[in-house]
Design a protein around this ligand. Structure first.
Ligand SMILES: [Zn+2]
Length: 349
């Protein structure tokens, strides 16, 4: 059934893609967008030329990782954005455009994650197959943040079960591009999906080991709403707190109430958040005789360094799940699901 849906969407391809992306590019910055996951599939005779390996371009690491896992030896993946790059703000450089045009096919996440690359993807789609890996995720699985007017939260890789639908999109795309290796793609997709299922179950079990009242994730980035929904954490943002305004002070007090009232052991921060706001939380809790630690750094929009375990999608989520579990008083192995984590032992000093 999924395959049939894909074929239909292919027939509509360029017109739909170009329209969608043009609308999206007009909307960048206006905070609103019309529709659901943009179906971006094309099939073009000037795309893949049949040579092996297929040269695939991926925007972000999480997408590239699916292609690497499903494509195996038959693909060569070039990733546009590396570790630590913010995909919301990234604009393709002239070199990137050349790289993308030099590939046989391109994969991106979609849901407006790569908002500033819309124009580039439109251009590429005129002559190459372009795929949004999130296109099969059911709308009922997508979060629509308040005030976003139909614009879905793009951080869906934080829910491993939802993200695993993307494996299907990549599998079908590779089979279409290179039917002679179809069997390998099916086999690889199945094995990767199994690893993701295992990771998801590990996440459920680990987070459930945190005392129920302490399952609160206080973090600075808005990337963790799917994570909270999937694994059962109440997610609270630190963003926008300023102790210089009354509203800011109120927010600090509310969060301190929550930390003390629910015996929350750690808050998770990123370097972009002013330290004094975090200090205000820590001190506020301490003044009420509750010790809260500053947890280590979570991966949000980019994976860790290439060549490390954290530089894979599975490693990235294993890190987040394991770190959060251990810092909030739950039980998880120090080195995570696969015994490969390098620094998820507990809160950073
Ligand atoms: Zn983000």
């Amino acid at each position: 059934m999924a395959i049939a849906a894909l074929s239909i969407s292919r027939m509509l391809f360029v017109r739909q893609l170009v329209t969608t992306l043009l609308v999206l590019s007009l909307c960048v910055g206006c905070g609103s967008s019309g529709s659901a996951p943009q179906a971006a599939r094309t099939s073009s005779s000037s795309g893949y030329n049949g040579k092996s390996p297929i040269k695939v371009i991926a925007t972000v690491g999480m997408v590239g990782d699916i292609v690497r896992n499903v494509g195996g030896e038959h693909v060569e993946v070039t990733q546009v954005m590396g570790a630590g790059v913010d995909p919301h703000l990234y604009k393709a450089t002239r070199d990137d455009v050349q790289t993308i045009m030099g590939g046989d096919a391109a994969f991106y996440s979609g849901l407006m994650l790569e908002g500033k690359m819309a124009d580039t993807l439109v251009k590429v789609a005129r002559s190459k197959p372009v795929f949004a890996v999130t296109e099969l995720i059911d709308e009922s699985q997508l979060l629509e943040p308040e005030g976003s007017a139909g614009h879905y939260d793009p951080h869906v890789w934080m829910d491993v079960a939802a993200w695993s639908r993307c494996v299907e999109v990549v599998g079908s795309a590779l089979v279409d591009l290179d039917p002679k290796h179809a069997e390998d793609y099916h086999k690889n997709a199945e094995s990767y999906r199994q690893q993701l299922t295992q990771l998801h179950e590990y996440g459920l079990k680990s987070i459930a080991s945190i005392p129920e009242q302490s399952r609160v994730l206080i973090t600075s980035h808005d990337a963790f709403n799917y994570f909270g929904r999937a694994y059962g954490l109440n997610v609270q943002g630190v963003q926008g707190i300023s102790t210089e305004s009354e509203a800011g002070l109120q927010r600090v007090n509310d969060l301190v109430d929550l930390i003390v009232g629910r015996n929350v052991q750690a808050v998770f921060v990123e370097s972009s958040v002013p330290r004094k706001n975090i200090d205000a939380l820590v001190e506020g809790a301490r003044s009420r005789n509750h010790d809260v630690q500053v947890g280590g750094e979570l991966f949000s929009d980019a994976m860790g360094d290439a060549g490390t375990y954290e530089g894979t999608y599975i490693g990235m989520l294993d890190h987040n799940l394991t770190l959060v579990t251990r810092a909030l008083g739950g039980t998880a192995p120090e080195k995570g699901l696969n015994g490969k984590l390098s620094h998820a032992g507990g809160p950073a000093k």
